[in-house]
Design a binder for this molecule. Structure first.
Ligand SMILES: [Zn+2]
Length: 288
């Protein structure tokens, strides 16, 4: 099995990106895994602190590991938005492949100090683990927002990005380049799209030369996503779109089978709804 680092480097050479989908139950995990296998492309599943609390840190790690081993398939696991060192250590010890350490709400110098400490601790536990740091304002909560939280003042500057990467030793940087966690109602309805600062992405890539992750990509214009990948984005996070599909699929299933009580018969329809989103996103990010 190739390690995630090699897969990301190859993806970069091929100008494609690895999709990252958040999961908080078996429906989402199976939907992601099944579609990635159908398209035969590597994939990362992520679990935030809330999602890990729900599923169990060691339990989600065991599930992903069992899929990777049984099917000899490149599916990897990310500890998404981890805010404290002990939580990062727990995920590393459970066998997560990547840890996103998120101290971006803190002042720059403090973000540097704490991220650097996390990099050192995690590499001591597992030298092969990848550590991602975050810089700039990309909001919180992969949910439906009533009002746009967007503000240009939180975008990552290339100068800060260069200093942050150099000072912390991170493998991957998550910048703020027009992306934002969550979606607006108008985006769920498909009436509006997020747009990205492609020039800024290219400049951050040029000065840092590290792997770049685009968080909060749900509801982003497809053409912008393709250009962002060409400009140097290596991992693209989709969460809210999956959550919306999960809910709509479940509502449809319950409405169509008002008397059904067998969970897997109801949940199969929710899974099909999620698969439609993961299939189209995997195809887009992999240039299919
Ligand atoms: Zn995120």
């Amino acid at each position: 099995m190739r390690v995630l680092w090699d897969i990301l480097k190859h993806a970069q050479e091929d100008c494609v990106a690895i999709a990252h989908f958040n999961v908080s139950d078996l429906v989402l995990l199976k939907a992601v895994f099944t579609t990635a296998r159908e398209l035969n492309v590597p994939v990362i599943v992520g679990a935030s602190e809330g999602e890990r609390n729900f599923m169990g840190v060691r339990q989600i790690a065991a599930l992903v590991r069992s899929l990777r081993e049984e099917f000899d398939f490149p599916i990897f696991l990310n500890a998404d938005h981890t805010h404290q060192l002990p939580e990062a250590v727990r995920a590393a010890e459970a066998g997560f492949d990547v840890i996103v350490f998120d101290a971006t709400a803190l002042p720059f110098e403090e973000n540097v100090t704490r991220t650097k400490e996390v990099v050192e601790r995690l590499k001591a536990i597992n030298p092969g683990i990848l550590v991602e740091g975050e810089l700039g304002d990309i909001g919180t909560g992969s949910e439906i927002h009533e009002e746009a939280p967007h503000s240009t003042k939180g975008l990552t500057t290339p100068d800060e990005a260069e200093e942050f990467v150099y000072s912390t030793g991170i493998d991957i940087l998550a910048p703020a380049v027009g992306n934002m966690h969550g979606m607006l109602q108008s985006m769920v309805r498909g009436e509006t799209k997020k747009h990205l600062d492609i020039t800024r992405i290219a400049e951050i890539k040029r000065v840092t030369r590290v792997l770049l992750t685009l968080h909060g990509a749900s509801g982003t214009d497809d053409e912008d996503l393709r250009k962002a990948i060409d400009a140097g984005i290596n991992i693209v996070h989709i969460n809210t779109e999956l959550r919306v599909a999960w809910r709509h699929g479940l509502e449809d299933a319950l409405a169509k089978q008002p008397h059904e009580v067998v969970p897997y018969k109801i949940l199969l329809l929710a899974m099909e709804s999620v698969k439609q989103v993961t299939r189209s996103r995997l195809a887009l990010f992999n240039g299919r």
